[in-house]
Design a protein around this ligand. Structure first.
Ligand SMILES: NC(=O)c1ccc[n+]([C@@H]2O[C@H](COP(=O)([O-])OP(=O)(O)OC[C@H]3O[C@@H](n4cnc5c(N)ncnc54)[C@H](OP(=O)(O)O)[C@@H]3O)[C@@H](O)[C@H]2O)c1
Length: 258
């Protein structure tokens, strides 16, 4: 299926590695011009060069910390000026630290809200005036824990809960501009983040991996392309009738009758 992404202009957050990199790479392979962001500039530039060489697409690296309002504004302005349009916004980044809810002070909560929620609100507010001209697509990456809470993931669960409420409301408000807004909740995905979890756990990494695999009904850890494939569909014209949804991509981890 041709996704009709050629000529579209996208911003993908947290895209120097991991899920963001995989999404940006797939959109670029499908013919989109893609701006990618991350904090560490050297890694971001290396990722942009690799992606451009492998896809032949125009890749624009914009260094930014998504927790900072000024950086969010600068990303939108830089990309708007460079591309002249923004058709696709993928909100993705890192995640707040783990810990029991009772252990977090106000500063930790504020940091988590800046990273997970205010980032999304600021980026959407920034791109909407540009996106409204032609229609477009907004996609948030959260996690399965946002809809099926996990102890010690509370900072993310609570702040991504806000993202889901925001996205569902925004979907209603911008539908008249032909903009769709969706949220994906990945389960376990093979990235450096997951490797870090394995290497800092209290059991050998190999054992932790096989325990997680047994937990997943489909019997494997997800790949970055498992996530990117759905994102590419949802942000393409082929997915334009899908909006306001919250979709787990988790090998069957999410258990509920909704
Ligand atoms: N991997 C999983 O199993 C999994 C499962 C469910 C949900 N998720 C969620 O999916 C998202 C991506 O995860 P991942 O596994 O791809 O992580 P990752 O491999 O650690 O990659 C994170 C990317 O985001 C960038 N980033 C982190 N903090 C940022 C900030 N404050 N501002 C701008 N960029 C930032 C990183 O670059 P810099 O460090 O240079 O900024 C990097 O490019 C996270 O929110 C994660 O919680 C992951």
């Amino acid at each position: 299926m041709n996704l009709d992404l050629a000529g579209k202009c996208a911003i993908v957050g947290g895209a120097s590695q991991g899920i963001g990199y995989g999404i940006a790479h797939l959109l670029a392979s499908e013919g989109a011009r893609v701006a990618i962001t991350a904090r560490r500039e050297r890694d971001l530039r290396t990722a942009a060069e690799k992606m451009a060489a492998e896809t032949g697409a125009e890749i624009l690296p914009v260094q930014a910390d998504c927790r900072l309002a000024a950086d969010c504004d600068r990303v939108v302005k830089t990309v708007g000026d460079a591309f002249g349009r923004i058709d696709i916004l993928v909100n993705n980044d890192g995640a707040p630290p783990l810990g029991d809810l009772s252990s977090f002070d106000d500063a930790a909560w504020q940091k988590a809200m800046e990273q997970n929620f205010m980032y999304v609100a600021r980026m959407c507010r920034g791109v909407l005036p540009i996106m409204q001209e032609r229609g477009g697509s907004i996609l948030n990456i959260t996690a399965i824990s946002a809809i099926q809470p996990i102890p010690r993931f509370g900072l993310s669960v609570a702040s991504w809960g806000a993202v889901i409420g925001y996205a569902k409301t925004l979907a209603l408000e911008v539908a008249r501009f032909s903009i769709n807004v969706n949220t994906i909740c990945p389960g376990y995905v093979d990235t450096q983040r997951l490797e870090k979890v394995f290497s800092t756990g209290d059991k050998p990494a190999r054992q932790m991996r096989s325990e997680l695999e047994r937990e997943v009904p489909l019997g494997r850890i997800g790949s970055v392309s498992d996530i990117a494939s759905l994102v590419a569909l949802l942000v393409s014209p082929r997915g334009s009738y899908i909006t306001g949804t919250v979709i787990p991509v988790d090998g069957g981890l999410f258990r509920a009758v909704r």
